[in-house]
Design a protein around this ligand. Structure first.
Ligand code: SF4
Length: 154
């Protein structure tokens, strides 16, 4: 898995103060996408063991208290990203039990594969659906267009 950016302290992508990872790779090709540089699954940097550990350490850092982890992209549910994201989510669940996990995907909840659904069953919130520039609304919280739905999973 590759990632385009990691913000160890982020107050934009999700509620409260968070750590946010933008993974690489997306097939949805939404018109008006704000993050086209992440479409290529091998753009950015390799998501290695050090980066994974950095996220765990940041979430457990008591000097700057984070509410949770945001996973965006690109698309964290791109099939080739599932092994890396699942490993990270499993670690956050076991090693940072008081943190929430929000995940943004261009796939719709009702069209997820079994493997994608198994991952989503472990996150607190899924914001699903492609960005639709005709329904774009900057006043919306946590989503770019009104067709996207905030699903509370856990
Ligand atoms: S799902 Fe997100 S990253 Fe992918 S094309 Fe659409 S807006 Fe861009």
């Amino acid at each position: 898995m590759y990632y385009g950016a990691y913000y160890s302290v982020d107050v934009i992508n999700g509620p409260g103060t968070r750590a946010t990872l933008f993974v690489s790779g997306c097939i949805h090709q939404c018109r008006g996408c704000y993050n086209q540089s992440t479409w290529n699954p091998k753009s950015g940097k390799v998501f290695d063991a050090d980066m994974e550990q950095q996220i765990i350490d940041d979430l457990n850092d008591t000097r700057i208290k984070r509410r949770g982890l945001s996973l965006s992209g690109g698309d964290p549910l791109l099939p080739s990203n599932l092994p890396g994201i699942t490993k990270l989510v499993d670690r956050v669940r076991s090693e940072c039990p008081d943190k929430d996990i929000w995940l943004w995907s261009g796939y719709l909840l009702e069209e997820l594969s079994k493997e994608q659904q198994q991952l989503i069953d472990k996150v607190d919130v899924l914001i699903d659906g492609k960005f639709d520039e005709n329904l774009a609304d900057p006043s919306l919280s946590f989503r770019g267009s009104s067709n996207q739905i905030i699903h509370r999973i856990l």
